[in-house]
Design a binder for this molecule. Structure first.
Ligand code: SF4
Ligand code: F3S
Length: 101
């Protein structure tokens, strides 16, 4: 099993999630983060940290977010580990409001 980062992260990239991950399984590009499913230990600690509720247990992924399971697996492998909280994406606060948070 694994947890999955979904579309709300894209354009936000708040990175609160990485600060609590005990196994450093978040990887990122300039738009968002992705969880390596082979490293995630399913602790769930990251879920409540995300201000835009982007992270789901794979078994609870909404239908319109299913694509992100494979995308996380594919993308995480080729991107650097992100393990320290950084500056959110430009416009992240506006996007957060647009998303209803
Ligand atoms: Fe890391 Fe736990 Fe979140 Fe998996 S569920 S990404 S191990 S904090
Ligand atoms: Fe993205 Fe939320 Fe983490 S916006 S970087 S999943 S805290």
């Amino acid at each position: 099993m694994t947890f999955v980062v979904t579309s709300n992260c894209n354009g936000c990239r708040f990175t609160d999630c990485v600060a609590v991950c005990p196994v450093e399984c978040f990887h990122g590009d300039d738009k968002m983060l992705y969880i390596d499913p082979d490293e995630c230990i399913d602790c769930g600690a990251c879920v409540p940290e995300c201000p835009v509720e982007a992270i789901y247990d794979e078994t609870e992924l909404p239908d319109d977010q299913q694509v992100w399971k494979q995308t996380n697996a594919d993308k995480a492998k080729g991107l650097p580990v992100v393990n320290e909280k950084g500056t959110p994406s430009p416009g992240a606060e506006d996007r957060k409001k647009e998303l209803g948070f």
